[in-house]
Write a protein that binds this ligand. Structure first.
Ligand code: URA
Length: 261
């Protein structure tokens, strides 16, 4: 959990559930009709570390959870090697729906989905955002420089209104295909604990982040307008403050978000 948080943890959880429901009900993604399940993201709502992948694959589409296939198993193994578990992090993707046949995300899909990702980052307030592969890296750095050049090099960015250490690393799926990439990914992973420690120190004010080194995130993505809740269900938005009247996650949500046990 961030030492200096704009948002108490309980409220953050409630707002994440609310965001999940808004996305489930009002997602205008072109892929919504071909997917099986929405993959919102899952993990620790108070995480200091957030992973951002590309898009759900077939297993993720089936289960509604991110990184539960082979690439996810590698992610878990790499986390274990540095003494961390999935529950210590929040894991999300740029796209919330699976592209057919796992093709690359299209620009219009990224445009539709990315405000939801930015809102997740805003709510979770991670200290370190680890981008997995090219799509997440290019979106969050706002740069066209690819993962082969930038992997393993932390960058300070202003993301969703906060200074964040952005740490691009190879996508685990690429690492599954190529042994040399696997070794690079493992080496980059090994730097994560120190990077987190540095980010905590900076958050405590021991080593202030140099604002000059924190470029604004490029294309100024809009925050999603809250879709109107038409009422009728248990879920109704409260007036200002954004905390809904029925914040308790339903059983299906609990299993999909793995968040709010
Ligand atoms: N690849 C991704 O980018 N995300 C997932 O959730 C699974 C595989």
């Amino acid at each position: 959990m961030s030492a200096v948080s704009a948002n108490p943890a309980t409220e953050r959880r409630v707002e994440l559930v609310e965001l999940y429901r808004r996305l489930s009900e009002g997602h205008a993604c072109p892929l919504a009709s071909s997917r099986t399940r929405l993959v919102f993201g899952s993990g620790n709502a108070d995480a200091e570390l957030m992973f951002v992948g590309e898009a759900p694959g077939s297993e993720e589409d089936r289960q509604g959870k991110p990184f539960v296939g082979r690439a996810g198993k590698l992610l878990d193994a790499l986390l274990e090697e540095i003494g961390m578990r999935r529950e210590d992090a929040f894991v999300a993707n740029v796209l919330k729906c699976r592209p057919p046949g796992n093709r690359d995300p299209l620009p219009e899909e990224i445009e539709e989905c990315s405000p939801w990702l930015f809102r997740q980052i805003e709510l979770i307030e991670p200290l370190v955002v680890c981008t997995l592969g090219n799509f997440a890296t290019k979106l969050l750095t706002g740069s066209r420089v690819g993962i082969t050049k930038v992997h393993g090099t932390p960058q300070t960015h202003e993301l969703a209104g906060r200074s964040v250490q952005l740490y691009p690393i190879f996508h685990p799926a690429a690492a599954l295909r190529t042994e040399s990439v696997r070794e690079l990914l493992r080496a980059d992973f090994a730097r994560l604990p120190a990077l987190l420690e540095e980010a905590r120190a900076s958050e405590r004010g021991e080593r202030p982040v140099d604002p000059a080194a924190a470029p604004e995130l490029g294309p100024g993505l809009p925050k999603p307008e809250p879709p109107l809740d038409e009422g009728g269900g248990a879920y109704t938005r409260a007036a200002p403050g954004g905390v809904e009247a029925d914040p308790a996650p339903r059983a299906a949500e609990r299993s999909q978000l793995d968040l709010f046990g």
